[in-house]
Design a protein around this ligand. Structure first.
Ligand SMILES: Cc1cc2nc3c(=O)[nH]c(=O)nc-3n(C[C@H](O)[C@H](O)[C@H](O)COP(=O)(O)OP(=O)(O)OC[C@H]3O[C@@H](n4cnc5c(N)ncnc54)[C@H](O)[C@@H]3O)c2cc1C
Length: 418
């Protein structure tokens, strides 16, 4: 383990050298190369979360980013922070450090190498080029105010720093190092915490409807209905699994399911297997098909609209014969089928929790930092960036963009004169 040089004072101590911590250090050092910046990370190896991100390819950002892609924080503050580092500037930054990006479906931007390692190595290389002292295996267990600014307890040793950046992430994938201690550090310095829940997590279903469908992916629209308030609709691909559902639509739905359960005390969810269709259009479609192909089997017709195995499972559950000819489908059964196609109950028991959640919802309220600098409003000299804040993005590169943007804004705050 590399020692920490204590012979000269630390201007900035960054707690957590993940995406947000590295971005903060790099942008601050670029603005003022004379600063002594130390980044401390509790993990034995750096960047575990970057390496597993995007299926090992790291979805660095998205072609189109807006405040609407985020939940949690006040939308005006989120918009202001996002505006500081537009996507074009993010692309330029990565090109400067040797990572060219290409666009894939849904506007997702990945490194041309298709390797997350390229992104991590480029960030670490740039940080080292700028003289940032990165120390892994250095867990910060306490931070106190003192005359010099702050005193950090790092594995039994003390480190004094004028300014501190909390970039510890949330609770998701704790194996990577983000185990929630950052929240304790923030609250010990006066911050409040919005209760946390997993987000972007696969969902566990009750019953056994899903088990026969494991491995099938198709387009759906999920509707999450809180006990009170507006329903949330999410459209996209969904993957049936042995435990329930995953894939983009399910992952994006998980935060709404958890938050509704936490904040509204109750929630239900259903799926439309014909996204964009209403009861009237879906029923008219089936009537038209019966007119055009009266002798076609119901299952054959349904299999042109959704995966055949899903059609089989649905008809079995609804107790409608697969082999009924379209002309003989009763009005009652047709209407039950349409209701099923549009509002299939999804009896969610839970998500798979933080161990499988890509991000954490909740955390330090955004209103407790100055959105022009990311400096704490309750503890001057403390800055908060990345996932520790009560802001999370949907799937598609939005969470890394939040890390880059908050790091960029904090760098401006950390290096401002006076
Ligand atoms: C499987 C998976 C895939 C993902 N894929 C994508 C994707 O493709 N695109 C995207 O935009 N987002 C993705 N995300 C989300 C994204 O990785 C996070 O939003 C982002 O990494 C958050 O950055 P952060 O720096 O705030 O926190 P983290 O990346 O969690 O980094 C926090 C760091 O702080 C350290 N730390 C914590 N506590 C302490 C302490 N007390 N002392 C010292 N160090 C500490 C940890 O060891 C860790 O290195 C994915 C997440 C997961 C889990």
């Amino acid at each position: 383990m590399q020692p920490i040089d204590r012979s000269s004072p630390v201007d900035i101590a960054i707690v957590g050298a993940g995406a947000a911590g590295l971005a903060t250090g790099i942008f601050a050092a670029r603005r003022d190369p004379s600063l002594r910046i130390v980044a401390l990370d509790g993990a034995a190896k750096l960047g575990a979360k970057i390496l597993i991100s995007g299926g090992g390819r790291c979805n660095v950002t998205n072609r189109i980013i807006s405040a609407d892609d985020y939940c949690g924080g006040n939308v005006h503050l989120v918009r202001r922070i996002l505006a500081a580092l537009p996507v074009e500037a993010t692309i330029t930054f990565f090109r400067e450090i040797g990572v060219s990006l290409h666009e894939e479906e849904y506007g997702k931007l990945f490194p041309d190498t298709n390797r997350a390692r390229t992104v991590l190595d480029a960030l670490l290389g740039e940080a080292r080029r700028l003289g940032i002292e990165i120390r892994c295996g250095r867990r910060v267990t306490a931070i106190e105010r003192c005359n010099e600014g702050f005193r950090l307890s790092v594995g039994g040793e003390a480190l004094a720093a004028q300014k501190v950046v909390l970039a510890t992430g949330g609770l998701s994938y704790p194996k990577t190092g983000s185990d929630g201690t950052g929240y304790q550090l923030a609250s010990s310095l006066g911050h409040t915490l919005t209760p946390t829940t997993p987000a972007l997590a696969p969902l566990i279903l009750d019953g056994d409807f899903h088990t026969a469908l494991s491995g099938i992916a198709h387009e759906v629209e999920l509707t999450i209905r809180p006990a009170e308030g507006k329903a949330v609709r999410i459209r996209g691909p969904m993957l049936w699994t042995h435990f329930g559902i995953s894939g983009p639509a399910a992952l994006d739905a998980s935060r709404h399911w958890h938050r509704a359960g936490l904040e509204q005390g109750g929630v239900s969810m259903s799926a439309s297997f014909l996204p964009g269709e209403s009861f009237e259009t879906a029923e008219a479609g089936l009537v038209a098909k019966a007119g055009a192909q009266p002798r076609a089997l119901l299952h054959t017709v349904l299999s042109t609209m959704l995966p055949a195995r899903v059609a089989t499972a649905m008809l079995k559950q609804l107790r409608i014969s697969e082999r009924v000819q379209m002309a003989h489908l009763t009005r009652d059964d047709r209407r039950r089928l349409v209701r099923g196609l549009l509002e299939w109950p999804m009896p969610i028991m839970d998500s798979r929790g933080y161990a499988h959640a890509e991000v954490t919802a909740g955390g330090v309220p955004l209103t407790e930092v100055n959105a022009a600098t990311m400096e704490s409003r309750v503890c001057p000299g403390l800055y908060l960036v990345g996932e520790i804040l009560d802001v999370e993005g949907r799937l598609g590169g939005f969470n890394f963009q939040w890390a880059w943007c908050t790091g960029f804004v904090a760098a401006g705050g950390l290096t401002r004169p006076g």
